[in-house]
Design a protein around this ligand. Sequence first.
Ligand SMILES: Cc1cc2nc3c(=O)[nH]c(=O)nc-3n(C[C@H](O)[C@H](O)[C@H](O)COP(=O)(O)O)c2cc1C
Length: 330
Amino acid sequence: MGWRGIFGFEYGIVQAPLGPDISGPQLVAAVANAGGLGLLRAPDWESPDYLRELIKKTRTLTDKPFGVGVVLAFPHEENLKVILDEKVAVLQTYWGDCTAELVAKAHSAGVKIVPQVGSVESAKQAIDAGADGIIIQGREAGGHVIGQESLISLVPRVVNLVGDRDIPVIAAGGIVDARGYVAALALGAQGVCLGTRFLATEESYANPIYKRKVIELDDTEYTDVFGRARWPSAPHRVLQTPFFKEWRSLPTDESEANKPVIGHSTIHGVEKEIRRFAGTVPNVTTTGDLESMVMYAGEGVGLIKEILPASEVIKRLVEGAQLIIQQNFK
Ligand SMILES: Cc1cc2nc3c(=O)[nH]c(=O)nc-3n(C[C@H](O)[C@H](O)[C@H](O)COP(=O)(O)O)c2cc1C
């Protein structure tokens, strides 16, 4: 039965890297301690010393393995050296090619490499490059969304592509509970990668106002109105907050670049101005007009009704999945 675990982790449950700093040491350690694969998020700029501290801090909170996610669209070479030097268990990559060269670098450091991709073609490239696992992201996903298809067809296609190779396929997008977990397993995935569900945990670094919105609001939209200047051509799925509903038709020639500053955040140790329509979600340090800031969430958000400890999220996923399997698939 596939739910037993991947890459030596107890369970096939992956906590997505949550940018820019929402999956910090507390969340990642809590997930690791509960038997899942937790992923820190590297800064979007070169900050090797800071990243090393982040990894070390996590190690003070858990003696279990964990990983780090890197968005390849941003500067990352120095950060990458630290990740490999620190020999974390898994390097997760996104929004850029997982090349054979990158795979070789990771493997020579003893680090597994798991790209998140959004199409069958990209999955094929990653498999050919030698990736250890594939996170396949459906259009249901919260945050930036690289693909166009839904998981129900993507997962089995990638599973077919992998064939009998030992490369776990991990489904990402809209999964928040045991039903979604079992559905992904039924499609042939060996693991699931959850972002929005782990955002709404006690340990995530999201601002409490953002967490509350995740609990209160049920609807999301696939859009491109946020962060156009800093990260162009990068559509994303967001909560339908009152601010978003008012501005969902933002003219295409407008972006955060010429908009007023509406708040401030300290992100990975750096004080940042947050402009209206910036792509940065509010974290614990954020001040200002939080209600007007972007709030990423996946399509499963309407099923999230309480903030839980991360360990409880994992417990419910595993126990719930076991129950569903026993009761329905004898
Ligand atoms: C707040 C937020 C931030 C995210 N940041 C990243 C990121 O930095 N890197 C990445 O690979 N994926 C990121 N994602 C996407 C996740 O990897 C994953 O595809 C998605 O969360 C799955 O859908 P779900 O949110 O419905 O569980 C983010 C998602 C959310 C909700």
